[in-house]
Design a protein around this ligand. Structure first.
Ligand code: NAG
Ligand code: NAG
Ligand code: NAG
Length: 858
């Protein structure tokens, strides 16, 4: 290749010489010139010198042959331009153009070094300058223009090859090549700007430009004329905050400099045989392309803007653009703000932006910051930066200044360093599914409370005001209420004389079941969708543990080796992100050794997932309804399991501050840990699905036939007593090893009927699971059957509470009341269809019979 070029060049000179030389002296002069030319051609085909200009048809090739410089015509055009292109790339790819807006229309162009040391482009023999470099003081010998292998055309003088009086890299066209220092010189204000071509066949200066701005905190902008259309954001240490992809860097070595002299960014390619370029193209996009030799074409590597939210100021001042939001409109207001024009907003026009909510006022006691995770922070042009502050100091700085609206860490590497604070319109904020950084918005106490389930930052001084006071007050009120409640209950009990006979010991008994460690500081993890996808191997069917009415359950393994169970909620839950996270955070606070632990959740578009601890032993149903595994559970174990379930339920009903009614207690929702301790799962699902637990009547019936109390199944009435009913069924199932709704005998429709018949005949022990043989304590079993029957009585008021149940089971001498007729709801319900979907059991909330949801027409 190099040889070929040399030969071409020699021919050109030969022909030119012929035209002007004296025919007689031709031979000798030709010979001597040839010698000189061959010498020169061999040493400096990459340079223009005062004695050796570049004519149309000549080509300079850089020493490593990566780039070439010469005259070219764009596609579909006969205009001649001086430009630099890739020498080894088969597709004409021009990366720099000299005379962008002044094409030469014939082929007499000549690029030469004049006496002032400047490169000048003229038509041969004409005075008009089509293009020139504009440097002063580079006169004299030894001046040359050299095309470097990086694609940079440089003017250099004499021996000093390091400092270039002029270089094409300072005047990029539409392309930013690796090694090009892009940015601004703070001392001189000189800025390097990349501008698009006018059109694909016209390298003239187009309307789109890409440049760095240093107001506030330095940022990169893409402009259409003078209007910003995309903001790459400010530098976060890893990359531009608006280019989350920039964090992974195996291809590039990026150097960002921000000092007293300059702000600049240089991309270097780690592998010099890869050709990569960043182009501002004619359709107004920044585009990184890499050359694929095998396909002989440029392939898009990255581009921006990507989505609506990338559009500069898409949601107006104080707006927040979230492309992953469910619903149709991607715009939201920042926490504490509301649409300036609700009507326009409703019509999907967010350009008016948002304003501070009416009635809110910052710089009052109790205010704090709401954290938005994974965002591109607002335009920093008007922000202030202090690189010497840490995160805490930054928060303090913002809190002390009433005008400060928000803050963020400037450099997110390590623990974070530097402080950016905003005082004016916060423009162009958006969220990412991955990447971005945390952004802290100042809100008043009321707004703060709304986001209180999220991780927040508060100053310790004000912590007491924001949390302390209300908690103390609430605590006081709650304790007063509890006292009243217990007294009233005692009084009632005495009056009713139901005869459980434990009024005196009620208090101590409740205490013994009380779980003290109600976690205030729940460590609830928000998982990324990508993490869950990786952990479950793309929700691979082989990882599926079960499927229920609330969704499917998958087994997963995190990178750190921890095993998890992922409950992928069916999409019917109508909750938005805030309600969902609220409920999940509340439920995560329910911590008890007989409840399955919720580790975290994942929310992404329509995907809602709950992440639980993984229990290898699966559901109780897989033991008690299985001949073989059933024998693993002797009576002692079964009795322990029953008592464990009682403790878990008691905690849900009584001891937790939430008062959760499970509404879907069944064998498959009781999981066993490695030591066969029972753990209740799927609690709080009604809350997560938007059901109101405080309401006595619900329109949606959630539950499983066979476990549903009659009043709940028939009328949608639920209370703790509906759970008691389900518990009763469960106890009878544990004892008998039979499912309630798959138990048929001549005279009895189901297990309850069967047990009730035997109970009346004093033959109740005959229901005991045959796999237990005779190895059981008959008194204990009878006690449990008695309690079980009490729990399934037709009338909810007849049924004991879980507190009563706990007491009965731990005080065997107590005389239990005589049970009334149990409920036979199965006779009235057509349940023939519900138990057909028996599926693999195991994992969280595995089901052998499907949980159902019925909407009552009331
Ligand atoms: C060259 O530079 C001088 C001063 O630096 C300026 O006045 C002049 O307009 C420039 N000429 C061109 C063609 O850029
Ligand atoms: C550089 O890239 C070329 C072509 O893609 C490849 O063949 C070569 O192995 C790479 N070299 C290094 C050091 O990665
Ligand atoms: C500009 O870049 C975008 C993004 O890669 C691409 O879709 C578009 O076709 C490009 N336009 C031109 C004129 O090359």
């Amino acid at each position: 290749m190099q040889l070929l070029n040399h030969q071409n060049r020699q021919k050109t000179y030969l022909i030119r010489y012929k035209k002007t030389s004296d025919m007689y002296q031709e031979k000798s002069i030709l010979l001597s010139l040839l010698m000189i030319l061959i010498f020169r051609a061999c040493t400096s085909t990459d340079s223009i010198t005062p004695t050796r200009p570049l004519e149309d048809g000549d080509v300079l090739v850089s020493s490593g042959e990566s780039f070439a410089l010469g005259f070219f015509s764009p596609r579909n055009s006969s205009n001649r331009y001086v430009g630099i292109w890739y020498n080894k790339v088969s597709e004409q790819t021009v990366v720099w153009v000299a005379n962008r807006d002044r094409p030469i229309t014939n082929s007499t162009g000549i690029l030469s070094l004049d006496e002032s040391g400047n490169l000048v482009l003229r038509e041969s023999g004409q005075p008009f300058v089509f293009w020139s470099t504009n440097v002063t003081g580079v006169v004299g010998d030894g001046v040359s223009a050299q095309l470097l292998d990086s694609g940079n055309l440089v003017l250099s003088q004499g021996q000093n090859k390091e400092v270039y009086p002029w270089q094409s890299f300072d005047y990029p066209s539409n392309t930013i090549l690796p090694g090009l220092k892009f940015g601004i010189n703070k001392k001189t204000g000189f800025n390097r700007v990349a501008t698009s071509w006018k059109a694909s066949g016209n390298p003239g200066i187009g309307e789109y430009s890409f440049k760095m701005e240093i107001a506030g905190s330095p940022q990169m902008f893409l402009y259409k004329d003078t209007t910003p259309i995309w903001r790459a954001g400010s530098w976060t240490g890893h990359g531009w905050s608006g280019v989350p992809e920039m964090t992974q860097n195996y291809l590039f070595n990026v150097t960002y400099t921000d000092n007293n002299d300059e702000v600049s960014l240089v991309y270097l390619i780690r592998n010099s045989s890869i050709f990569s370029r960043l182009v501002v193209n004619e359709s107004g996009e920044a585009q990184r392309l890499t050359w694929h030799e095998a396909d002989r074409r440029w392939i898009g590597f990255w581009s921006a803007p990507k989505d609506l939210c990338d559009g500069y100021n898409h949601c107006g001042p104080f707006g927040l653009c979230d492309p992953y939001k469910s619903g149709t409109f991607e715009c939201d207001c920042l926490p504490g703000y509301e649409p300036r024009s609700p009507q326009d907003w409703y019509l999907r026009d967010a350009s008016g932006g948002c304003k501070r909510k009416v009635g809110t006022d910052v710089c009052k006691e109790g205010e704090g910051f709401v954290e938005l995770a994974r965002v591109k922070v607002p335009d920093t042009s008007t922000a202030r930066v202090n690189m010497s502050l840490g995160t805490e100091a930054c928060e303090g700085l913002c809190l002390r200044d009433c005008r400060c609206m928000a803050y963020a860490v400037a450099d997110i590497r390590g623990g974070g360093r530097g402080c950016v604070t905003w005082y004016r319109d916060m423009i162009d904020t958006r969220t990412y599914s991955d990447g971005g950084q945390s952004f802290f918005i100042r809100v008043d106490a009321e707004e703060l409370a709304k986001y209180s389930t999220k991780k927040q930052k508060r100053s310790p001084k004000r912590l007491f005001v924001t949390i302390g006071m209300p908690v103390i007050l609430a605590g006081f009120i709650i304790s007063v209420c509890i006292c009243c409640y217990i007294r009233k209950k005692k009084a009632n009990r005495r009056k009713r004389e139901i005869g459980f006979g434990f009024s005196g010991s009620l208090k101590s008994m409740e205490g013994s079941f009380m779980d003290k460690d109600i976690g205030e500081n729940v460590d609830l993890h928000v998982f990324d969708l990508s993490t869950i996808v990786a952990a479950t191997n793309h929700f691979s069917p082989s990882n599926k543990l079960g499927e229920g009415g609330f969704g499917s359950v998958y087994k997963g393994k995190l990178l750190n080796g921890q095993e998890i169970a992922v409950k992928r909620l069916s999409q019917s839950s109508g909750q938005g992100m805030h309600e969902f996270t609220n409920e999940v955070t509340l439920i995560a606070k329910l911590q008890h050794r007989n409840l399955v632990r919720l580790l975290g959740y994942c929310f992404h578009k329509n995907e809602k997932m709950l992440i639980y601890e993984y229990l290898p032993n699966k559901g109780l149903d897989s033991f008690i309804f299985d001949q073989e595994k059933g024998s693993l559970l002797d009576w002692k174990k079964r009795f322990l399991i029953i008592r464990g379930i009682v403790r878990g339920l008691l905690y849900l009903h009584q001891d937790s501050r939430l008062r959760i009614i499970h509404r879907d207690l069944k064998a498959s929702n009781v999981l066993l840990d490695a030591d066969l301790n029972p753990k209740i799962s799927d609690f709080g699902m009604a809350k997560i699905f938007g059901g109101d637990q405080d309401q006595a009547i619900t329109r949606r019936v959630v539950g499983t036939y066979g476990y549903m109390s009659p009043e709940y199944a028939m009328e949608g009435l639920f209370s703790v007593k509906s759970d008691v009913y389900s518990f009763g069924i469960l106890v009878l199932e544990i004892i008998s090893g039979r499912k309630n709704n798959s138990y048929y005998l001549e005279n009895s429709v189901n297990l309850i009927g069967h047990v009730w018949d035997l109970w009346k005949q004093d033959k109740a022990l005959t229901v005991v699971d045959s796999s237990l043989g005779d190895a059981y304590d008959a008194r204990e079993v009878l006690l449990c059957i008695h309690v079980g029957i009490l729990c399934v009585q037709e009338s909810a008021t007849d049924r004991p509470t879980m507190t009563d149940v706990a007491f009965m089971l731990s005080n065997r001498e107590t005389k239990l009341p005589t049970p009334n007729q149990p409920a036979y709801i199965f006779r009235q319900l057509n349940y023939g269809t519900d138990s057909t979907t028996a599926s693999a059991s195991g994992g969280v909330g595995s089901v052998y019979d499907t949980t159902i949801t019925v909407v009552h027409a009331r």
